[in-house]
Design a protein around this ligand. Sequence first.
Ligand code: CA
Ligand code: CA
Length: 220
Amino acid sequence: MKKMLMFAVAFVASAVFAEKVAIRFELPPPHSSGTPKEIKSANLEPDRGPGKLRPPIMVEPEYTKKLTNEDTKVTTSEEAATGENEFVVDGDKTPDATAMLQLPGGVQWVQLDLGAEHEISAVCVWHDQGDERVYKDVIMQISNDKNFKEGVTTIFNNDHDDSAKLGKGKDKEYRERNDGRPVSAMINDKPTKGRYVRCYSNGSSSEPVNNYIEIEVFGK
Ligand SMILES: [Ca+2]
Ligand SMILES: [Ca+2]
C-alpha cells in the first residue's frame, strides 16, 4: 500500500514537473560580410554581439518535435520575385542569394501549412543575414484560418508604429544573424494551437525587398 502511494506521488510529481528541455534549432555557420553597418532605428534592441545566442526556449519534451520539412506547403502574399517558395522549408540556411525566397517590397508574408492543427511551441525565422540587416514589421501569427481573419494568435510583433496596419507590437527589431529569430509560442506555459503559421515583414534596413531563407515550426 505504501509502495503504491509512493508510486502515485512520484507519478503526479513527474506529470506536474516534467523536466523542460531546450528546443534545438540547427544553426548555419556564422556569416560575416565585414563591419556591421550602423543601423538607426527607434525600436532596435541593444546589440548582443555576434555569436551571443538568445536564451533557449525551454519546453516539456513532448513539444520539441520539428513540425516542418521539405514537404510543408508554403504560400506567399505575392509571387516570388526570385527563388522558390520551397526554399523556406528545404533545411538549407546558407545566406546565399540563390537559396533565398525573395518577395517584392512592402508588407509581405510567407505562410506555412502544417496540414492539420498542431500544438505549436516555437517558430524560428531566418531572413537574409549577410550584412546584419534589420527587417521591419516582423510579425508572426498562428491560426486555424488560412486567411488569418479569425482566431489569430500573434506570437511576435515588432511593428512599433503600426505601419503594417496589424496593430502595434511591443517586440524589438533585431539584427539578422545565423541564429535567426526564435520565438516562443508558449502562452501561459501552453502551446498555441493552429494549422497555419504566417510570417510578415516589410523590407529591411538594407533594401525594400523581403528575403526569406528558412522558417521552422516546433511543437507536437
Ligand atoms: Ca532554405
Ligand atoms: Ca513599423
